[in-house]
Design a protein around this ligand. Sequence first.
Ligand code: KG4
Ligand code: ZN
Length: 390
Amino acid sequence: MEGPVVAKGFEYMYILGIETSCDETSCAVVRDGCDILSNIVASQVDLHASYGGVVPEIASRAHIQKILPVLERALADADVSLDKINALAVTRGPGLIGSLLVGVETAKALSYATGKPLMAINHIASHLYAPFLSDAKERSRTELMKAKPSGKSSEVSSPSSAHRSSSGSSSELSRSGAQLGYPYLGLVVSGGHSSLVVVWEPLRYEVVGVTLDDAAGEAYDKVAKLLGLGYPGGPIIDRLAQEGDSAYVRFPRPRIRAKDFNLSFSGLKTSVMQYVRETGYERVIHDQALIRHIVASFQAAVIDCLLAKTERALAAFHLDQLAIVGGVAANSGLRAKAMERLAGIRVIIPAPILCTDNAAMVAGLAMLHYRTRNFASLTLNAQADYPLGS
Ligand code: KG4
Ligand code: ZN
């Protein structure tokens, strides 16, 4: 006897994604490569804050403790049982090896136990895929509200505050995916990476520029640490910079005139350090207004460098579409300036929850691997320096 006939093309494809490359334990269920049904992100910020940065051993231990509850929560939030999941996807690298291993071993165990295919995902490639995602629950809520202006939005379950979830940042999410096509330029700015990548077609990447020293997020975190502002520095500087004068100190723009697409932030960080030393450390840290001016001026220099190289790459490769991705893409100053400065370019920046590390981007990108049956074997290993495009 044949089972019920379901026309091909009308079946949904559910992929469960796992991301543990650094200090966020995340699992997500994504339907058909774009609809986020759940995206649970358990942050470890509290564990690392007192050290002023991620401590790898603490990160791996926390991943071990959190991975199964986060996985269960992702399935429950999506209202999809494990049986219904068609395939599994996990970040293989790049990232911290001890952190990556927890995700990879969990994914392999699940694949072995359920017989479901497993896909190995590159972390940078997954960031570059984030603009294609949309929040299915949020969209249905918007549709519901449109249909019934009296509003029944409470029918859509909202996440508890213990974990972050992608719900709630909808408008940008639903705007983004449909608008981006190939080829596009990706400006990848995170804590571990800063690069310019041309995505010529699905899964075909050309890295055209990289940072020669610190990543943009790393520079944010180091400057915040220097000023005693806390960890992670990016969101704190983002907030303070909004009330500062970005022209107060004219910090250098490293490599801005170099005719390539490479970036550098280490010299800028040193300039901030020198300025603080010359002004007097005690004087600076006790003057909140001055701190705001310093971080606003630092941020202006970072944004100027990022957008100058982006403009150069867009022109050189004749591209009119740009996706800004990675943790620093959550920065409100960068988001606003990119929209203002890159006139004539379609600029897509995912909602902040999809800029920082999350598993929805892993599960989404995996759909492209699934189409080509690019499955990993159970001998899969995490790889700290896993190259893009491999
Ligand atoms: O992509 P991500 O979550 O992890 C990595 O793959 O590295 O990026 C984390 C980085 C951190 O350096 C953090 O300070 C920075 O992104 N970040 C921000 C903001 N939110 C996170 N930087 C500037 N402004 C923000 N709003
Ligand atoms: Zn990342």
